[in-house]
Design a protein around this ligand. Structure first.
Ligand code: FE2
Length: 223
């Protein structure tokens, strides 16, 4: 295994001084299979995404458990769908979709944008970046946070690919357990009080998130 240098904005891993203690550009102890390079393709991209996400999120309560559930679910969905050459980008994005929660990556405070900025700055394939930026109704919360322009620098990905990442997120609870979409929406609304930007965004995005579930059910009759 190699160690890859992720230079630039917020590129930090675990440091002796605690989260965020080191300046950007230091080594992040990301184990990369085969090559110590960002932007690897194929299964390397999935493995790299998994490893980076664990590195960034495993210290954040149940976040890593949630992401593991999303990553596994997306992999199962991808195995049943014909995603062609995009399969690894979708799987990688599922593992990376919440990296913007890592304290060292926070810029705007909105995790899809912060995660996408970090990934783009390190040469991750643009399809992965756009899937992370736009996952799970991000445009609604970006509007609520006054960050629509910041989100708009990321091209919306193909809807059928975004649906896979969003559906995996919507069917995975905070602890990684599989949940129904309605249960997931209720849980988020309960976790964030009325008037909170996340609560309001979920209320506004619920119809479109349910539409994601409907489209996925049409693609996967077993769901
Ligand atoms: Fe998530």
């Amino acid at each position: 295994m190699n160690t890859v240098v992720l230079g630039g904005v917020g590129a930090r891993g675990r440091q002796p001084g605690g989260p965020g203690a080191a300046p950007s550009g230091q080594l992040i102890d990301v184990a990369v299979v085969h090559h110590g390079a960002v932007g690897v393709a194929g299964e390397d991209l999935v493995s790299w995404s998994m490893t980076l996400s664990k590195e960034l999120l495993s210290g954040l309560g149940t976040r890593w458990a949630h992401v593991q559930g999303v990553g596994v679910t997306a992999g199962q969905l991808a195995a049943e769908l014909d995603l062609g050459a995009d399969v690894d980008a979708v799987r990688g994005a599922a593992w990376l979709h919440d990296v913007g929660y890592a304290p060292s990556l926070v810029q705007t405070g909105f995790h899809p944008i912060d995660g996408a900025r970090f990934l783009r700055s390190h040469g991750v394939p643009e399809l992965v970046v756009s899937l992370v930026a736009h996952h799970t109704g991000a445009e609604f919360e970006a509007t609520g946070r006054g960050l629509s322009a910041e989100l708009a620098v990321f091209e919306p990905p193909p809807q059928d690919l975004l649906d896979v990442v969003t559906f995996a997120d919507l069917t995975t609870g905070p602890d990684g357990a599989t949940v129904a979409v309605e249960e997931r929406l209720r849980e988020i609304l309960h976790r964030y009080p009325d008037g909170h930007v996340v609560h309001d965004a979920i209320e506004q995005s619920s119809p479109s998130l349910r539409a994601v579930a409907d489209r996925m059910q049409a693609r996967l009759p077993r769901v």
